[in-house]
Design a protein around this ligand. Structure first.
Ligand code: GAR
Length: 223
């Protein structure tokens, strides 16, 4: 049995929700010692919300169109998230830029998954940009969220090779299952209290990380 209380997690998702589903499935399989306290979305019809409902998780849909501006939206969203008392927030395909004031209290307690090998390709069209640059490898990153878009400290990455005949769609499709593994593994490390953000940087198993963890480096997965 884990020595730690189960991590209380709130997730934000805007769309399909396949990363969220991977987390739910891992929890159900006993591989992820977390409790999902809320899944929230900016898109009332996001499939991610349906997946959460089917898993018996509380959901919240807040439409940005009902708010005067980003700051007002984010203030309300994050006060409702705080009311659910999560230990950690996971952005699992949440496609909005966040207001710096709203996220400041969550420094070190908010993760994002991004489909590129950060610091390469923050923002959108990451797969197309990797192919346009003729990158031989591509991947995904899980990082702590700061007020710099896709710019916070990177915890872990997964790498895949690009192919000569790749399209952005084929590359995205090949990466997606690896994203799922990366997000599950990283959240598990956090839930096991193996990862923390300090003033010096990310600490993993008590040592400062010199570079992001590589999902496929198995030495990092055993303790
Ligand atoms: C994922 O590929 C995720 O990495 C990406 O959106 C997709 C969501 O898919 N996130 C971003 O681009 C964030 N900047 P999902 O809804 O099926 O999990």
């Amino acid at each position: 049995m884990s020595a730690h209380p189960r991590l209380r997690v709130a997730a934000l998702a805007s769309g399909r929700g396949s990363n969220l589903q991977a987390l739910i499935d891992a929890r159900d399989a006993g591989a992820l010692p977390v409790d999902f306290v809320l899944v929230a979305s900016d898109k009332p019809h996001a499939p991610a919300l349906r997946r959460a409902e089917e898993a018996g998780i509380a959901t919240l849909a807040l439409d940005p169109k009902s708010y005067a501006n980003r700051a007002a939206y984010d203030a309300d969203l994050f006060s409702r998230i705080a009311a659910a008392k999560p230990d950690l927030i996971v952005l699992a395909g949440f496609m909005r830029i966040l207001d710096a004031a709203a996220i400041a209290p969550w420094r070190g307690r908010m993760l994002n998954i991004h489909p590129s090998l950060l610091p390469k390709y923050p923002g959108l069209r990451t797969h197309a940009r990797a192919l346009e640059a003729r990158d031989r490898e591509h991947g995904a990153s899980v990082h702590f969220v700061t007020d710099e878009l896709d710019g916070g400290p990177v915890i872990a990455q997964v790498r895949i090779e690009t192919r000569g005949d790749d399209t952005p769609e084929s590359l995205a499709a090949r990466l997606l299952p690896r994203e799922h593994e990366l997000l599950v593994a990283t959240l598990a490390w956090v839930a096991e209290r193996r990862i923390a953000l300090t003033a010096e940087g990310i600490v993993f198993d008590g040592a400062l990380l010199a570079a992001p963890l590589d999902l496929d480096d198995r030495r990092q997965r055993v303790r």
